[in-house]
Structure formats: structure tokens, C-alpha cells
Design a protein around this ligand. Structure first.
Ligand SMILES: O=C(O)C(=O)CO
Length: 261
């Protein structure tokens, strides 16, 4: 009951990533999540979107069952397949009122960062047009290539922002993952202030280890979330830490509380 009262007053649009609670059924996560002030459970596909709706929640960042982190838009060989998948997922997202769909750059392989950016822009252009018509935002995730995703291309904020400039649409944004970018770049608050116009969504996680965002780790989440709000951010902040507490949902509730400062 205390969580419910607190949750109703929360300033942030809170979401969480389902994969961090794989052993908890979605219905249970929705029921308990609602009570703690959660508005969304994300990185779910169209099959789960109706369940969220039943609980008055959304999937703030939708995905498609065939999406891959490593195989992405930087390689033109993937464009035809990806364009087909995005035509489908954009249509589904519009039908289910899902605000955003995730995008991955893919791994570098033999392709230079500059060529990869041009390839991403060329491949994404037609699906961004569809997203504009559908009122769905495509958001490319920034991930670390140092610890978790070796060779992933979209691993620096400036590279992502340059791609967003090249694409030039309000329906193409960056998913700024605070955990991943702390590993790659640090300088989190200044980066958010400098690049917020390109950022449509945030992920959290403790550094190092990607566990609870409490004071066992190095990031000052209350200050980071405050800086996000100071940019007039209207999107969602999703908890994406791997809980270590025995009661995983109490870890999630605590994460939301920490973000509220
Ligand atoms: O796979 C990861 O590391 C992610 O952050 C996906 O959101």
C-alpha cells in the first residue's frame, strides 16, 4: 500500500525490461509493478502487448521476435530482411498504441564506422518514413562494446547523434543506456545535457555488474534522473538491472524509489 501511494506521485514514466525478471510471469510482473508505480514492461513482442493493455500498462520499447543485436543496419546485406521486419513491427506497434520500437546498429565486422553510419541512414530512411506516418518512434540503442557486446557499432553517443542528424526525423531517436554508456564514456550528466534532443528513452543499471542501482555501485542515479527531468524529458526510464535480492520485485520497487530521489 505504501508503494502504491508513492508510485501514484512519481514524476518519472517508469518502465522495466522483462528479461531481467524472466522467471516471473508477465501477469504477475504487471500486477505487482502497477502497485509500485510502473507504467510499462518492455522489450516484449506483439504477442505480449495485449496483456500489458489489460493492466492499463504499455510496452514503452517494443521489439520483434527476429531482431538481433549483432546483425543490424550497418550492413546493406541485412537491409531487405530488416525492412520487412520493421514494416511488420511498425504496423503492429501502431495498432497496439506502442510508442517506440528498438533498433540495433549491428556489429562492425569489416565495415568502417563512417560507412556503417551511411549504411544505417540509407537502410533506415524508408522505415523511418513509415514510422512517421504511423506515429511510432524508432530508437537505436547505445551499448557498450567493452564488456557485454564486443564489436557493437553504436557504442558512442556522438556516433549515434551524428546518425540521428543524418536521418533527420523526430521519429528516429537514441536509446541512451546509462549502464552501457558509463562503461564506454562516463560523463553521464553532461552527455545527457548535450545530447538530450537526440535521446528518446533511457535504460538503467548499476556499474560495474549491472545489478541494483543502489549505493553499492558507482553511479549517482538520483542526480542523473534529476538531470534527465531538467531536459524536459517526456519519455520512459526503464530499469534494466539484473536483481540480486532474493525478492526481485522489491529490488525493482527500490530502483523506482531511487530514481525519484
Ligand atoms: O542486451 C543488452 O545489453 C541491452 O542493454 C538490451 O537492451
Amino acid at each position: 500500500a505504501a508503494d502504491r501511494l508513492a508510485g501514484a506521485a512519481y514524476q518519472t514514466n517508469h518502465s522495466t525490461c522483462k528479461w531481467c525478471y524472466n522467471d516471473i510471469p508477465l501477469e504477475e510482473l504487471c500486477e505487482r509493478g502497477q502497485d509500485m508505480g510502473l507504467k510499462s514492461v518492455e522489450l516484449l513482442t506483439v504477442t505480449d502487448w495485449p496483456t500489458l493493455k489489460k493492466y492499463g500498462m504499455t510496452c514503452a520499447m517494443g521489439t520483434h521476435k527476429d531482431f538481433s543485436i549483432e546483425i543490424g543496419w550497418n550492413d546493406p546485406e541485412n537491409h531487405a530482411t530488416l525492412q520487412e521486419q520493421y514494416r511488420q513491427v511498425i504496423r503492429d506497434a501502431a495498432d497496439h498504441e506502442i510508442p517506440s520500437v528498438i533498433v540495433m546498429s549491428g556489429n562492425r565486422g569489416q565495415i568502417s564506422d563512417h560507412r556503417g553510419m551511411i549504411n544505417c541512414a540509407v537502410g533506415l530512411r524508408p522505415v523511418v518514413k513509415l514510422a512517421e506516418k504511423a506515429g511510432v518512434t524508432l530508437q537505436m540503442e547505445l551499448l557498450n562494446s567493452k564488456v557485454n557486446h564486443p564489436d557493437y557499432l553504436c557504442d558512442r553517443t556522438s556516433w549515434g547523434a551524428a546518425l540521428a542528424e543524418m536521418i533527420g526525423s523526430d521519429r528516429f531517436k537514441l536509446l541512451y543506456d546509462i549502464y552501457h554508456m558509463q562503461i564506454m564514456e562516463g560523463d553521464i550528466i553532461r552527455t545527457i545535457r548535450d545530447y538530450h534532443q537526440y535521446i528518446g528513452h533511457y535504460h538503467t543499471g548499476g556499474v560495474p555488474g549491472r545489478h541494483e542501482i543502489n549505493d553499492s555501485q558507482e553511479l549517482n542515479y538520483p542526480a542523473i534522473i534529476k538531470a534527465i527531468h531538467e531536459t524536459d524529458f517526456r519519455g520512459y526510464v526503464a530499469q534494466e538491472f539484473i536483481p540480486t535480492y532474493e525478492d526481485k520485485l522489491s529490488a525493482l520497487a527500490e530502483g523506482l524509489r531511487i530514481c525519484e530521489g
